[in-house]
Structures are given as structure tokens and as C-alpha cells.
Write a protein that binds this ligand. Structure first.
Ligand SMILES: NC(=O)c1ccc[n+]([C@@H]2O[C@H](COP(=O)([O-])OP(=O)(O)OC[C@H]3O[C@@H](n4cnc5c(N)ncnc54)[C@H](O)[C@@H]3O)[C@@H](O)[C@H]2O)c1
Length: 274
């Protein structure tokens, strides 16, 4: 990523000893040499990420935007371009779920808010960045989805629907701009211990200890552990890099094999010894 210019939308996180996906992505791209625009709704969160990048010797800018607002989605890309002179990599990481519910209890306002923040934003930032990438011979867009985009049930109805849309948006951008060397891929994490995901559990009345949370990984994930924000960031780094320059339109699960279990009744036992 040396010399590359990257925009990470949703690059902040609340103060926590846990690392969020957005900050992990921004720090990882910067560690590998990219100049980064850290975009977030909350100035203090974006500034904290930018400061970590600067302290490590990198270059970072802060851009404040609410991706639920259509004009902000355009502005954040334009301001990033103005700050860095080009954009090689766009990472769309923002998603919310605090107003979500099951299909019978979701409100129309909740539906619109979640679709605007989780899905429309990724369309608008991508739509704005494509002509700018085109000017400089190409680029990569990576959209953060979820393995929940592949399954049904539970109370994350609008979230899962919006993320299924993210997968399809990814296919469309990949197909439409492949010939111009603009790649578009999606990363589908399983449950990752981040400040945001833990806050979501607490909001629904479960305040598990770290040990209990980690146990869910041991019990449910084929690889026997929960993933980390760093696992997500590593996938984004690869997809953003030249090493992935023939890869577009892909949905990449970062899930320790969880999606391979769809249709099974239980986690497989340890691999048979041959
Ligand atoms: N954490 C998980 O278990 C998990 C699992 C699957 C997918 N994901 C996906 O990973 C991504 C990041 O999740 P995370 O839990 O690591 O959060 P995160 O720590 O990356 O935080 C995201 C940032 O987005 C910002 N943000 C929220 N609303 C915004 C808005 N309207 N405009 C601009 N910025 C806004 C927040 O301030 C926060 O700093 C999301 O797309 C999520 O769907 C997370």
C-alpha cells in the first residue's frame, strides 16, 4: 500500500480496550504505507484513529460525515480526494443496528434509517469515487457486509436485508467497472468482539463476561474461536492490494468456517485423523 491513498468510512470507535473493525482497517492500511482519510460521524473517534496513525509515523486526515445523509456521502469522498490528491482505496465500514427488530416489529422509520446508513451510503460513496478512480487508472472498493447477509431469523431483519443489498451492490460495481480496473469486493465477518457488537448485546439485556463471549466462539465456530477486527482488516488489506488485482466481485467470509455450517446441525468434531 506504499504511496496509496485510502478512505476508511467508519474509521472510529468509542473508547474501549477492544479494537473495532474500522479502526483496525485504518491502522492496517496505514501500517502498510497508505495515507488514510479517517471518516466518522464522531470527531473524537476519527481523531483518535488518525492520531494513532500519526504516532506510528503515518499520514492521516480526519473527515466528519453522517453517512445517513446523502450529501455527506458525496462530500466525504470529495474532501478526501481534495486532501490526498487521489483515492486508490475506499472501504465502506459503517453499519448500525440499534433500531432493528424482527420483521413484525421493525418500524418503517427504522427500515429507512438502516437502509440509508448501511446500504444507500455504500452506493453513494462508491458512485462518487468511481469517476475519481477512473481519472487515475483504477482503484479498489471494499464493502463490509456480514455472514448474516446469508442467513435468516432473529431480530436483525433490516440489518441482514441491508447487508444482502451490500453484496449485490458489490456485484454490480464489480461488473460495471472491471474493464476500467476498478475492483469491488465484500468482506463478510462473523461475530467479532468489537465495542459496537458488545454494546449491541448489552442493549438486548445480555452482559456477558469476556470468557462467556469467547466460549461462543469455541462452541459455534468451526475454527473454535471468535474472529477479531484484525482478521477483518487483514482481508481488507489483501483485497485493497495489488496482490488482489485480478479479484473482483467476491464475497469473502471472515468467519472461521461458520458459513460452511449452514445446513448442518452442529459444529463438526475435530477433523478426522487420517
Ligand atoms: N462486530 C461484529 O461482530 C460484526 C460482524 C459482522 C459485520 N460487522 C460489520 O463491521 C462493520 C463495523 O462494525 P464494528 O462493530 O467493528 O464497528 P466499528 O468499531 O468499526 O465502528 C464503526 C464506526 O462507524 C461510525 N458510525 C456510525 N454511524 C455512522 C454514520 N451515520 N456516519 C458515519 N459514521 C458512523 C461509528 O461512530 C463508529 O466509530 C459494520 O459494517 C458491521 O456491520 C461487524
Amino acid at each position: 500500500m506504499e504511496g496509496r491513498k485510502a478512505v476508511v468510512v467508519g474509521a472510529g470507535q468509542p473508547e474501549s480496550d477492544l479494537l473495532g473493525n474500522g479502526r483496525a482497517i485504518a491502522l492496517t492500511l496505514a501500517r502498510e504505507g497508505a495515507e488514510v482519510c479517517a471518516v466518522d460521524l464522531h470527531p473524537d473517534r476519527a481523531e483518535a484513529t488518525a492520531e494513532l496513525i500519526r504516532k506510528a509515523g503515518g499520514t492521516a486526515h480526519v473527515i466528519i460525515a453522517d453517512v445517513g445523509n446523502a450529501d455527506d456521502c458525496v462530500r466525504l469522498v470529495e474532501e478526501s480526494y481534495a486532501a490526498m490528491g487521489r483515492i486508490d482505496t475506499l472501504v465502506n465500514n459503517v453499519a448500525i443496528n440499534h433500531v432493528d427488530a424482527d420483521p413484525l416489529n421493525l418500524t418503517v422509520d427504522g427500515w429507512h434509517l438502516m437502509m440509508d446508513v448501511n446500504l444507500r451510503s455504500q452506493w453513494l460513496t462508491s458512485k462518487t469515487v468511481v469517476p475519481l478512480m477512473r481519472k487515475h487508472g483504477g482503484g479498489s472498493i471494499t464493502n463490509i457486509s456480514t455472514i448474516g447477509s446469508k442467513t435468516g431469523g432473529g431480530r436483525m431483519f433490516a440489518y441482514s436485508m441491508s447487508k444482502s443489498g451490500v453484496n449485490k451492490l458489490t456485484h454490480f460495481f464489480a461488473a460495471a467497472y472491471a474493464a476500467e480496473n476498478i475492483r469491488c469486493n465484500a468482506v463478510l465477518p462473523a461475530f467479532v468482539l468489537t465495542p459496537h457488537s458488545v454494546e449491541g448485546l448489552t442493549r438486548h439485556g445480555w452482559t456477558p463476561s469476556r470468557e462467556e463471549l469467547e466460549r461462543t466462539g469455541v462452541d459455534n465456530v468451526p475454527m473454535g474461536r471468535l474472529g477479531s477486527a484484525q482478521d477483518v482488516a487483514n482481508a481488507v488489506l489483501f483485497l485493497s492490494s495489488d496482490e488482489a488485482n485480478f479479484i473482483t466481485g467476491l464475497e469473502v467470509p471472515v468467519d472461521g468456517g461458520t458459513l460452511t455450517m449452514v445446513g448442518r446441525y452442529s459444529k463438526p468434531a475435530a477433523a478426522p485423523k487420517l
